[in-house]
Design a protein around this ligand. Structure first.
Ligand SMILES: [Cu+2]
Length: 267
């Protein structure tokens, strides 16, 4: 018979397949269309690999009667769940600390839930087969825990959707710009990567995101951290406090390394 834990592990696999297919269509394919050799090319095989692994595991959990008698099969869920969490650790940390970026936050929460179900459900299902009885039951503690967890996830997703409509930290500058500039994010690179401004001036910078996915514009020394939605223009007021160099970059993991870092020289 199929135990509650087996259903949870299968649901976890299905969630990961769903979220990763969304990632491929929403982020990877658009970035490949713009830059075939870019970051998307590296991520595509990893995502497709996980879609295949969890697709097979999920389908076998539901359709293969032999799975219910084989304890090793459920350990595969645990291993795949741990691998997927490790692989996307930095992205997960970024998304969870940026709930206002609903485009990344909601799928990440769902994928994390899927990995948790694959690991937890996999362990419980392994014990089910070994012991010949249910470790977790729908009406028992595990059932209540799943209900509470579902409530928590729904709450987090709603919070993220609401936070998405709020603005991000713009450094608190209220002075009118005395000079203007433009910087463009395209193919996960800034153009140009160097800007100049005179000390005492207020730079009104138009930050254009030409990519089909979100970026951020960050200058930590001035407390500026602005979300840049896909295909958008955002105005940022920059008021340097001293002559020198200011570093600006995108805070999404991997983007700074891909070239999303530049300097503003303050004379
Ligand atoms: Cu970026």
């Amino acid at each position: 018979m199929r135990t509650f834990a087996m259903s949870l592990a299968a649901t976890g696999a299905a969630l990961i397949v769903g979220v990763f297919i969304y990632f491929v269509y929403a982020f990877i394919l658009p970035s490949l269309a713009e830059d075939p050799g870019g970051e998307g090319a590296a991520f595509l095989p990893i995502l497709v690999g996980f879609i295949a692994v969890f697709g097979v595991l999920g389908a076998a959990s539901w359709l293969w009667p032999g799975a219910r008698r084989r304890s090793w099969f459920w350990i595969l869920h645990v291993v795949a769940g741990i691998l997927v969490t490790l692989m996307f650790g930095s992205q997960i940390t970024f998304s969870l600390t940026h709930p206002a970026d609903a485009q990344g936050f909601i799928p990440t929460v769902l994928a994390l839930l899927g990995a948790g179900l694959a690991i937890g459900g996999g362990i419980a299902a392994f014990l089910d087969v070994r012991r010949g009885r249910e470790t977790w039951t729908r009406s028992g503690r595990a059932g209540w825990l799943m209900t509470a967890l579902s409530g928590l996830i729904v709450g987090a997703v709603l919070t993220s959707a609401l936070a998405g409509s709020a603005s991000s930290a713009g450094g608190g500058v209220t002075d009118a710009p005395t000079t203007t500039g433009v910087v463009t994010a395209e193919n996960t690179k800034w153009l140009p990567t160097s800007l100049q401004v005179k000390n005492g001036e207020v730079l009104g910078l138009f930050v254009i995101n030409k990519d089909g996915f979100a970026h951020t514009f960050d200058i930590p020394t001035l407390n500026i951290s602005v979300q840049l939605p896909a295909n958008s223009t955002t105005a940022v007021a920059i008021k340097p406090t001293a002559a020198g160099t200011l570093e600006f970059y995108c805070a999404i993991p991997g983007h700074k390394e891909a070239g999303m870092v530049g300097t503003i020289t303050v004379q």
